[in-house]
Design a protein around this ligand. Structure first.
Ligand SMILES: [Zn+2]
Length: 196
């Protein structure tokens, strides 16, 4: 039912990524350049968001996750300062504490990794960059459904993954849509049901 919305969100993300790739490719950016841009976009610019709304969304996801995995609101073991979350395939997730919108971005991203295991696609079939592409695209769509626009952040995160993984934007759409649908379904029984 929400599929057209997700498709529209992914169209926006693809277009933004293609524009950005056109912009950066002739300049021959290094991975380090792009990575630092990503950090700039992701963590130094404020994201316009209603923090209380984000906190309510987090509560819904927290209740779901606690029944299924071990969830730690702490940096992952040996995490560097710019690692905001981690999901381990044996069912452990770490989320660095912070503003609700940041934590929501992190939880949605890590749930993208977590739900990938349900698709039946072997994890090793995809590269690390491709896994990151799926997880961040999921996070972008989920936050957009919640009314938070992370387009600049997500694009900045995804550009180096497309470049280094040597794949164009627009991949894995079916997988991304089905994961986003699963996550949005969790809001349907909550007081956030209007969004999904
Ligand atoms: Zn990730």
């Amino acid at each position: 039912m929400e599929s057209p919305f997700i498709e529209q969100a992914l169209d926006l993300l693809d277009r933004e990524l293609r524009d950005r790739l056109l912009e950066v490719l002739p300049a021959g950016p290094t991975h380090a350049d792009l990575f630092s841009q990503r950090m700039h976009y992701t963590y130094n610019l404020p994201v316009q968001a209603d923090q209380e709304h984000c906190a309510r969304a987090l509560t819904v996801l927290d209740a779901y996750l606690r029944q299924r995995i071990r969830l730690h609101y702490a940096p992952a073991p040996n995490a560097c300062d710019d690692e905001y979350g981690r999901f381990r395939s044996d069912g452990v997730m770490w989320v660095r504490p912070g503003a609700p919108v940041r934590m929501l971005q992190t939880v949605a991203h890590e749930m993208g990794h977590m739900f990938f295991y349900r698709t039946g696609i072997p994890h090793e079939a995809l590269s690390g960059e491709q896994h990151e592409f799926i997880a961040e695209s999921v996070s972008y769509c989920v936050l957009r459904a919640l009314g938070v626009d992370t387009l600049a952040h997500s694009t900045a995160y995804l550009t180096p993954n497309c470049l280094n993984g040597r794949f164009p934007p627009g991949q894995f759409r079916e997988v991304i849509v089905s994961i986003v649908q699963s996550i949005l379904r969790l809001f349907r029984l909550s007081d956030l049901k209007g969004i999904a």
